[in-house]
Design a binder for this molecule. Structure first.
Ligand SMILES: [Zn+2]
Length: 290
């Protein structure tokens, strides 16, 4: 799998058995099962082109009756690579909110969005302290944020798109983990997953204005730069990093992905690269080595 990295820091392990996926070294070292999927159904597919890619979520354009069993089976195959299953899963529905939901054992096992209880609709973030619960989020260019607290044995997973990042979904999640599970951010870890890089992410001036209004000009200037040609570019992953540090997670407990979904559109689905047939799954299981 030839991924192009934006720097040489190795933050991922690459798994090519069964369904290929990436996992974060840092979370692997804590014994926390985690993954980020690719477009590929199997390792053999990597060597061929033109094959239908991995489908992990029902898209608006899909026939739900045809697609639902396929995506369910694929997600179960991914989950099983983490020694879990979709019977233990709760997933977000990517509404670009900063809503974070506390998942209990009563919230797992829905097979599609429509079957989820109303209380888990319109959430972009999930946290849980229940052992072996599997959290899943989907995305093309929006980076997922994985959070783990080895002391309280709790995890979180966020879909941090432009709007969720603007509204600091990472800090909402950390605050809720403090409040509900008694977590101390000083001992927590976070991993910012693959997503669109700043070079690929041209945006309008109104996005700069909204970050400047919400975050202040000084911080907006750190994540939004005018490129030659005059357009702003947004560094979403850097924005997630700043939010997590501000929420109290030590900088050396945070890893930031050096993989851009659009730069690697032959490997990942990417909205901006017009590879929108499906999305990637980000998964984390609330299980620690000790
Ligand atoms: Zn890129």
């Amino acid at each position: 799998m030839k991924i192009s990295y934006s720097n040489r820091n190795r933050v991922f392990n690459i798994h090519t058995e069964n369904i290929p996926y990436l996992s974060f070294d840092m979370l692997d070292n804590l014994g926390v099962p985690n993954l980020y999927s690719t477009r590929f159904v199997s390792y053999d597919d990597l060597k061929e082109t033109g094959k239908e890619g991995l489908r992990v979520v029902v898209m608006k354009t899909d026939d739900i009756n045809e697609a639902a069993p396929v995506v369910r089976a694929n997600r179960d195959r991914l989950a099983r690579q983490l020694s879990s299953s979709i019977s233990r899963e709760c997933f977000t529905d990517q509404k670009h909110t900063n809503n974070v939901y506390v998942v209990t054992d009563n919230d797992i096992g829905a097979s599609r969005f429509e079957e989820k209880p109303a209380r888990i609709r319109s959430v972009d973030g999930l946290i849980t302290d229940k052992r072996d619960v599997l959290l899943t989020a989907f995305g093309g260019d929006c980076p997922p944020v994985y959070i783990a607290d080895p002391t309280k044995k709790a995890v979180g997973l966020l879909h941090s798109g432009r709007q969720g990042t603007l509204n600091r979904i990472s800090s909402v999640a950390v605050a809720l983990m403090k409040e509900r599970f008694g977590c101390d951010p000083g001992v927590m870890y976070a991993a910012i997953g693959p997503g669109i890089c700043a070079d690929c992410y041209e945006i309008g001036d109104e996005v700069y204005d909204s970050f400047a209004a919400e975050w202040g000009v000084k911080e907006a200037d750190r994540i939004l730069k005018r490129y030659p040609g005059g357009k702003y570019h947004l560094d979403l992953r850097e924005a997630c990093l700043m939010t997590l540090i501000k929420a109290g997670i030590p900088a050396d407990h945070i890893v930031i992905s050096n993989v851009c979904t659009r730069c690697n559109a032959d490997i990942f689905y990417s909205y901006r690269a017009h590879r929108m047939e499906n999305e990637q799954a980000a998964m984390i299981v609330n299980r620690f080595r000790n």
